[in-house]
Design a protein around this ligand. Structure first.
Ligand code: ADP
Ligand code: MG
Length: 350
């Protein structure tokens, strides 16, 4: 038991190393713990060992073909600002005859994984996504570390489909009402559920929503944040210093103060819905702060494919001023569930 405590002591964050959670995450868990005859002294010695390790932590290595002796990387699926996602095969599951041993594996990009807290950020993405069990949200499996190359990674379900940014390239005039509803309803369900669990997405945009064979999936919780009081054990890492928000989908207050909120998620999802309904971004892809300065909201017109009754609510979700913006997903969700006026008329006649 004391051996285990000593090993844990090595992993736990020393006060001086706390500013760099990545160093702590890679404290050498492989090293055989030494017997500790005196608990008090052992802890002190262990702290000083952690300190010296934190100073001499090795640089992260290149990705090997097989991570953690188990996941064979097959090909790069995509890379965003901070992460790279690979299609991988779980060799362990395959050995036991698993017919579909494929999964997606996310690591921080090589450049980014050198920055302090990179692994802690990835862990935070994992912990927040793991809270969410919903048919329209990507399912994560595990958070692991390859101790040889000193890289942390997440494993998750392999989505097979088309992201909305690619769909929009194929459908430059937007989606007709029925198809629009097929995408928007599950997307809003996923967002409402996520907010109900206290998880704010923080980076909603077309490339973070996938249309899969079995439905829509919201993914990439890399810039997510928990609402106050949720997952309080997670380190409060500041994402704003990475300046990673996507300017055309980030609400003005997110660009100015870096505060993710239900309301900033609503602004982002409203931009996505507008774009799906018209093929065009509501504010010419400008950052919200610039669009606000240019008063582009005054020229905003209802997208052609949107049912009329949805427009007042969508417009309210697009407000630059958070004090007049929608405060929950519900009104948007409700209008997309309501039958449109032509359908109502038809139903009344029938
Ligand atoms: N679970 C997954 N299955 C299939 N492809 C994925 C999966 N997760 C991410 N991708 C692909 O990898 C790209 C980058 O992943 P993402 O999580 O968005 O990383 P980043 O935080 O760098 O934007 C996505 O745009 C998508 O194409
Ligand atoms: Mg992304």
């Amino acid at each position: 038991m004391s051996d285990l405590n000593a090993a844990l002591d090595d992993i736990l964050i020393g006060e001086d190393a706390a500013s760099n959670l990545t160093c702590s995450a890679f404290a050498e868990v492989n090293e055989a713990p030494r017997p500790q005859p005196n608990k008090g002294k052992a802890r002190n010695r262990s702290r000083s060992r952690s300190r010296s390790k934190a100073k001499s932590v090795a640089p992260v290595g290149e990705l090997p073909d097989v991570l953690a002796g188990r996941y064979r990387l097959e090909r790069l699926l995509g890379a965003g600002g901070m992460g790279a996602v690979y299609r991988a095969r779980d060799l362990l599951h395959e050995q036991f005859g698993e017919p579909d041993p494929y999964l997606a594996l996310k690591v921080m990009s090589e450049a980014f994984s050198e920055t302090p807290d990179a692994s802690a950020l990835l862990y935070s993405e994992f912990a927040l996504s793991r809270r969410l069990r919903h048919p329209n949200i990507v399912r994560v499996y595990s958070f692991e570390v390859d101790t040889q190359c000193r890289r942390a990674f997440i494993t998750m379900e392999l989505m097979r489909g088309l992201a909305l940014d690619r769909l929009l390239c194929e459908r430059p005039t937007g989606l007709p009402w029925n198809e629009l509803c097929d995408v928007v309803r599950p997307l809003l369900d996923a967002l409402a559920y996520s907010h109900a669990q206290g998880v704010l997405h923080g980076d909603l945009k077309p490339s973070n929503v996938m249309l899969c064979d079995d439905g829509v999936r919201l993914f990439d919780f890399g810039l997510s944040q928990a609402e106050e009081g949720i997952l309080t054990g997670l380190p409060q890492l500041s994402r704003s210093r990475f300046n990673a928000w996507t300017p055309s989908y980030a609400a003005p207050e997110l660009l100015e103060e870096g505060v993710v909120s239900v309301s900033s998620d609503l602004y982002a999802v409203a931009c996505v819905i507008y774009e799906l309904a018209s093929g065009k971004h509501p504010f010419r892809r400008l950052p919200a702060t610039q669009a606000r300065n240019e008063r582009l909201d005054h020229q905003l017109q209802a997208p052609r494919n949107l049912a009329k009754h949805c427009w007042p609510v969508l417009r309210k979700a697009l407000a630059f001023d958070p004090s007049v913006r929608l405060t929950t997903v519900s009104p948007l969700r409700d209008v997309f569930r309501e039958p449109s006026s032509w359908l109502k008329r038809w139903l009344c006649r029938a």
